[in-house]
Ligand binder design. Structure first.
Ligand code: COA
Length: 176
């Protein structure tokens, strides 16, 4: 999978240590974390730095590709997205994304995720992409529907570090 690509307004590039402060700032009110599985709340800068280090250290394993989402012209991080296999036994690629509170509602998640799906189609040639969203996060369901994902009718109980609790995620899939 390529390590950077552009969409109409955005650049998706590798995460770098200098992104830690922006990620911390976007995630500090906990509103991102509660709708994801792996972002904790609070999310101190040091924890973000360790996360970025672990992503960079694992860049060679080819099972997880993470991207900073920035403006094409200003390189300001507005969110992040990625494509990964959930565990060693997983056969399908899964996508995930978040957009900072100040940048939401401007089509950024839709544009970044559409670019990610297009790049994955070309580079990974998957039969099927999967994704999911917690039941109380319909905005993410809308993003996925706009990309062509459909509900499978199944749900998964996932632990959300932002809630420190399990929550029900609605599974979606896209045949590609
Ligand atoms: C969900 C999230 C990624 C959306 O980011 P965004 O950049 O605002 O998304 P977009 O603007 O591209 O699209 C959002 C869509 O959801 C719709 N929407 C917003 N709130 C909604 C709601 N409560 N119910 C249904 N649809 C909703 C918007 O109208 C828009 O659809 P439209 O283009 O048809 O009008 C962002 O809110 C976020 O990061 N949330 C926290 C983390 C998260 O949920 N990540 C995804 C985990 S599955």
């Amino acid at each position: 999978m390529r390590d950077r690509f552009e969409t109409e307004r955005l650049l998706l590039r590798p995460l770098e240590q200098r992104d830690a402060a922006a990620i911390h700032r976007h995630c500090q009110d906990g509103s991102i974390a509660r709708f994801t599985a792996h972002i904790p709340a609070p999310y101190p800068v040091l924890a973000v730095e360790l996360y970025i280090l672990s992503v960079r250290a694992g860049a060679g394993n080819r099972n997880r590709f993470a991207y900073a989402v920035t403006g094409k012209d200003d390189d300001r991080l507005v969110g992040a997205c990625g494509i990964f296999k959930r565990n060693a036994a997983a056969t399908h690629w899964e996508i995930g994304y978040w957009v900072g509170p100040e940048a939401q509602g401007r089509g950024i998640a839709s544009e970044a995720a559409a670019g990610l799906v297009e790049a994955a189609r070309a580079d990974l040639a998957p039969d099927r992409l999967v994704a999911g969203h917690f039941e109380d996060n319909p905005a993410s369901g809308r993003v996925l529907e706009k990309l062509g994902f459909a509900y499978t009718g199944e749900t998964t109980r996932l632990f959300s570090m932002g809630r420190m609790a399990y929550a029900t995620s609605r599974d979606m899939a896209l045949a590609v």
